[in-house]
Design a protein around this ligand. Sequence first.
Ligand code: PLP
Length: 220
Amino acid sequence: MEKQQNPLETVHANIAKACKIARRDPDEVTLVAVSKKHDAAAIRPLLEAGQRVFGENRVQEAQAKWPELQENFADTKLHLVGQLQSNKAEDAVDLFDCIHSLDRMSLVKALAKAFDKKHKRIECFIQVNIGSEEQKGGCTIADLPKLVAAARNSDIPLAGLMCIPPQDIEPAPFFALLDKLAEDNGLSGRSMGMSGDYETAIMLGATHIRVGTALFGQRA
Ligand SMILES: *Cc1c(COP(=O)(O)O)cnc(C)c1O
């Protein structure tokens, strides 16, 4: 009987397949395992299997969970994928290695200040409200050039752009648009694609995919 793949192996196989079709090198795609709402017991098997990049969406939850896990897996990288309040910027800079949700001028200022104070600069993705949705986080497409310029002026290391496309509609056009916006703004990284659409995102240039449910199962 064939050995059953675990979820991490399945995701790796799907990444490899999508990269092959897109003629891309799988090393260009970073899998961010989004472990929000999952506890240390759920996370540890992935660490033991070699996964080293994880995503969390709340600073406080990450502060509670990760320091202990990182004692045994010191080379783990933590990415903040959720909205960041300016008053949590310093805490975020302490704990995280990358922020995917830089989306406004006030946060550029708060992060620049936190970087100076902590003598540490971490890479940031600018989140774009790619579907121009009323409720969604992310800067508008119109505001993007200004925000990119402000981040560069404040010595914020920019990794690229990030988006969460509207739900229940084909994501490919939104991924293609983010890819174009990144190119127009001279940015190399594209954080796009989640459990339901990461293969599509890879075909359209994703460099960072943020996958939760496909690795950990449904969240409570
Ligand atoms: C929760 C979350 C994900 C992961 O979503 P899944 O559908 O569970 O893969 C990715 N990105 C962000 C910003 C999230 O908040």
